[in-house]
Write a protein that binds this ligand. Structure first.
Ligand code: MN
Length: 157
């Protein structure tokens, strides 16, 4: 087997284990997310490429941090929240999350959302919103044209 290529089969890569998205047990900030580390360079400034898969109706944690993300969906469809915008995302879109911007990724209710996410190897830990920053009410955020019918966490105006 070559060290230079990992072949994809059914959104699985031979020899790459599926990891927990986040370590904390019972963390309610996300739902139905798995993580695979596809590639990691051996230096702090090097590139790390992860694959995240969100089950239908699931979502990642709403968070922000100093490091930036480049996200490219390769399976299914869903929605991204970046700063205060929500938009539909589809395969091969390129989503940029600038430094310290709130962000969250959601799968469609009827489809998976699988995406690649590039980061540097050494990076800061995410900051989660405080209780006062979250409006936990069921909210239709920019939803009239997107058809989001589920509750979303959103930032208070
Ligand atoms: Mn993040």
């Amino acid at each position: 087997m070559s060290n230079f290529i990992k072949k994809l089969q059914d959104f699985d890569w031979a020899s790459i284990e599926t990891l927990k998205y986040k370590d904390e047990d019972g963390n309610p900030s996300f739902k139905g997310v798995s993580r695979k580390k596809l590639f990691c360079e051996g230096s702090p400034a090097g590139i790390e490429v992860r694959y995240f898969e969100v089950e239908p109706g699931g979502h990642t944690t709403l968070e922000k941090h100093e490091h930036t993300h480049v996200v490219i969906p390769i399976r299914g469809k869903g929605f991204a929240l970046v700063d205060k915008e929500v938009f539909e995302i589809n395969c091969n879109d390129v989503i940029y999350v600038p430094t310290w911007n709130w962000h969250q990724f959601r799968a469609a209710e009827d489809d998976y959302l699988g995406f690649l996410c590039m980061v540097t190897v050494e990076r800061d830990r995410p900051t989660l919103p405080t209780q006062s920053e979250i409006d936990r009410k069921s909210t239709r955020l920019n939803s009239s044209h997107l058809g989001i019918s589920y509750a979303v966490f959103c930032l208070k105006k």
